[in-house]
Design a protein around this ligand. Structure first.
Ligand SMILES: Cc1ncc(COP(=O)(O)O)c(C=O)c1O
Length: 365
C-alpha cells in the first residue's frame, strides 16, 4: 500500500530500538521508563469504576465535561495563579500538542524547540510542515531569554515550545527566567506553547506557569504523571479563547473527546494530597545524584524525573548498548536531541531498582 510522503520524515526507530533491546534482557534494571512507578490514588479508581457502572459510556462534550473543566480552572487559579480565558479537556498532553500545532502553525513557520527536547515536538513540526529551529542548550541545559533571542535570529519565529520542567534534562525555569522569556516572546511576536505536564515534580523551588508571565501563552497540562494514570489519556489545554476554539473544532474531527468515564475518574484528583509522592521523588532524585556524583558529569535536575548525564566515551548510543551488558536499560540521548553525547535515566522506579542501577552505572563509568 502506498504511504503518504509526510511519513518519510517521521521516524520512531530510536525509541523502538531502545524498547526492542530492553525486551531481550532478562531481569532488567529498567531506568528507561517515562511514567511514575506508582498507581493512582484509590478515589480516582473508585470514581472511574463508578462512572463505568453508572452508564458513562457515551461521548462527553467535545471540550470535556463541564465539571472537570471547572475543576481544572479552580486548580489553575489556586495552584498556578492563572485565569485562562478558556479551558478544554484533551486526550492527554500529547493530544493537546497535536491539536495546538495543527491550529497554530502554518507550513514553513519557524518553531524554536530547546534541544534536548521531548521527542513529539519535532515530529509534530514535520507533520504540519513547520520548520523546527533547535536551540542547543548544552552543556547546562538552561533556557534563557538571551539564548532564545539568538535562536530567533533575524528571521524570528512563530512559536516557542517550552517544556518546564523538562523531559529529558529536568531543567526547571524559575519565575525571573520565565518573565524574561515572556517579555522577549512578546517583543518578538512569538507564541508560547508551554508543556507543563511535569509541573507537580519540582524539587527545589515551586513550579511557576508560563501563563503567569505571558497571559496569551497556551498551557498544556495533565494528569498522567502526577496521578499515575498515563493510560487514561486525560489532559487539558488552557489559554486564549480564540486558540482553544480552534483546537476544540479539530478535536471534534479527530479524538472526538477524552475518554468519558476516565474524565469522571479525575474529578476528585486535585483534592488528593500528593505531597508524600513528591517527597519520595525528591528523595529518589537525591539518591541517584549522590550515587553518580563524581562518576558522571550531569546537571542536577530541578524537576521531572530524569537525569541526562554525559555518556562516558562520548556516544550515548554506544554507552546504552554497553549498559545492556549489565542488564541496565537506558535511553540514548539522540532520541531527544540532535546530538548523541548523553543518555537519559529515569528515576521513576522503585528504590531497590535505583540502587541496582546506580551500582551498575558506577561500574560502567
Ligand atoms: C514533556 C512531555 N509532554 C507530554 C507528554 C505526554 O503526556 P500525556 O500522557 O499527558 O499525553 C510526556 C510523556 O512522556 C512528556 O514527557
Amino acid at each position: 500500500m502506498r504511504i503518504a510522503d509526510r511519513m518519510r520524515g517521521i521516524d520512531a526507530s530510536g525509541i523502538r530500538k531502545a524498547f526492542e533491546l530492553a525486551r531481550r534482557v532478562e531481569d532488567p534494571i529498567d531506568l528507561s521508563i517515562g511514567q511514575p512507578d506508582y498507581g493512582p490514588p484509590d478515589e480516582l479508581v473508585e470514581d472511574a469504576a463508578a462512572a463505568l457502572r453508572s452508564g458513562f459510556h457515551r461521548y462527553s462534550l467535545t471540550h470535556g465535561f463541564d465539571e472537570l473543566r471547572a475543576e481544572v480552572r479552580r486548580h489553575l487559579r489556586e495552584r498556578k495563579g492563572i485565569e485562562p480565558e478558556e479551558v478544554m479537556i484533551t486526550s492527554g498532553v500529547a493530544g493537546g500538542i497535536l491539536l495546538s500545532f495543527l491550529a497554530l502553525l502554518n507550513p514553513g513557520d519557524r518553531v524554536v524547540i530547546p534541544d534536548p527536547y521531548f521527542v513529539i515536538y519535532k515530529h509534530m513540526c514535520r507533520l504540519v510542515g513547520a520548520e523546527a529551529v533547535f536551540l542547543d542548550t548544552y552543556p547546562d541545559f538552561r533556557i534563557t531569554a538571551e539564548r532564545l533571542d539568538r535562536a530567533f535570529g533575524r528571521r524570528g519565529a512563530r512559536a516557542v515550545v517550552l517544556n518546564n520542567p523538562s523531559n529529558p534534562t529536568g531543567n526547571l525555569i524559575g519565575g525571573d527566567g520565565l518573565r524574561e522569556i515572556a517579555d522577549l516572546c512578546g517583543r518578538r511576536d512569538a507564541l508560547i506553547i508551554s508543556d507543563e505536564v511535569y509541573d507537580f515534580f519540582a524539587y527545589d523551588a515551586s513550579h511557576e506557569s508560563t501563563a503567569r508571565h505571558a497571559a496569551d501563552a497556551l498551557v498544556l497540562g495533565g494528569h498522567s504523571k502526577t496521578f499515575g494514570i498515563p493510560g487514561w489519556r486525560v489532559g487539558y489545554a488552557a489559554g486564549p479563547a480564540a486558540v482553544i476554539r480552534e483546537m476544540v473544532k479539530l478535536q471534534q474531527y479527530s479524538f472526538v473527546c477524552a475518554p468519558s468515564p476516565l474524565q469522571r475518574g479525575v474529578l476528585r484528583a486535585y483534592a488528593v494530597d500528593m505531597g508524600g509522592r513528591l517527597a519520595a521523588y525528591r528523595r529518589k532524585r537525591d539518591l541517584v545524584c549522590a550515587g553518580l556524583e563524581g562518576k558522571y558529569s550531569f546537571v542536577r535536575p530541578g524537576g521531572a524525573f530524569y537525569l541526562f548525564p554525559e555518556a562516558p566515551g562520548g556516544s550515548g548510543a554506544a554507552f546504552v548498548e554497553r549498559a545492556l551488558g549489565r542488564r541496565l536499560i537506558l535511553v540514548p540521548g539522540a532520541v531527544f536531541s540532535e546530538r548523541d553525547t548523553h543518555f537519559r535515566l529515569s528515576f521513576a522506579a522503585p528504590d531497590e531498582v535505583l540502587r541496582r542501577g546506580i551500582e551498575a552505572l558506577r561500574e560502567l563509568a
